[in-house]
Design a binder for this molecule. Sequence first.
Ligand code: GLU
Length: 429
Amino acid sequence: MAATTVYKEPAPLLDRENPLESMMSRFNVATEILGLDEETYEVLKAPDKQVIVHIPVTMDNGKVRVFEGYRVIHNTILGPSKGGIRYDKNVHLDEVKALAAWMTWKCAVVDLPYGGAKGGIICEPATMSAGEIERLTRGYTLAMKDVFGPDRDIPAPDMGTGPREMAWLMDEFSKTVGATSPAVVTGKPLVMGGSLGRTEATGRGVMVATLAALKKLGLDPTQVSAAVQGFGNVGTWAAKLLSEQGVRIKCISDISGAYWNEAGINIDEAVAYKNAHKGRLDGFTGAVLMENADDLLTTNVDVLVPAAVEDVITEHNAHEIKAKLIVEGANGPTSASADPIINEKGIMVVPDILANSGGVTVSYFEWVQNRQGFKWTEEMVTERADRIMTDAFEKVYATSQKYNVPMRIAAYVVAIDKVAQTYKFRGGF
Ligand code: GLU
């Protein structure tokens, strides 16, 4: 019999700025601008529900390891909750709570009929076999079978997860309900109900938002340079699509470091290199390895696209940023402590809840197609997603002008206003 060890994962310490505090400080500013009533404020301040599960997984060595997983449902007044699942060793409940609230605001900004949620499992997928990750995903799905559902809570990929995990999740959920249920999860492989355009959707939205912002700044995309932090799904697609628009991508980075080329990096070459080298850029010769990867953030470019993790722009480096425009591909890349410095410098920020909303928008299209039992063409997907992004950008921009506030606060104002108005109509406290 296999030996059983109850593996106790040490609780990760949040030795970085707390994303929940960053989210709340912007939320507080926006609710004040809106004059939000106290009752609605109290309702929106805390998540509706937090589920913590412990998932036993038989590892390849025969031992059982128990993983801690979360699903936080922030709010469902606009519709079933929506949001990705993160597999990472640094997953922390406070981070998942912030990410869940950001999903509520994100869906509201782009006017989707969804609430917000987020999930996470403390694990290190890079050190696990496919079989171990599959058993973990199935165990998590079973543990969450009463949480997930096409009309309740619809997960999707996030850091450390992708179509493969979504396929396992869909399969496991379908078995528990006794019927194939594609609409329970988005970001699935194309053959089993995924949507055309979903893979590139977040990066494409970043590109569309960047072009809209450059127009407001009176800058020609073919005359500007950019640095993209992170070369995962969002970063690669943002870099590729921006370079196709003529933007010179001078700097990219991944876990192996930051790479610089003054003349512009050939993104297709970088992507091909990454795919041929276990998903990493180590040894990429189309650019020079920078001494310090963090210098990417303060390098001399017009546009900065943080597309990796939270809290990379802080009060410690914000004053050194040279970009005129920051477009947040990641969730929460700028901590609240950096906001006043960035505003003081007159840098325009397209905030995460707007800039990276292209992903959940096409997730919504995937869910609609699954429910229709009908497949849209790629043109339908991109045309509709681009229009949603452009409309949302204009609405947030107009709100920032109206209240004379930065785009970030304006995005929160638009989102919270929609949620608060819905509460007023639905009533029922
Ligand atoms: N994880 C992505 C996000 O943070 C996508 C969520 C979804 O498609 O539901 O926006």
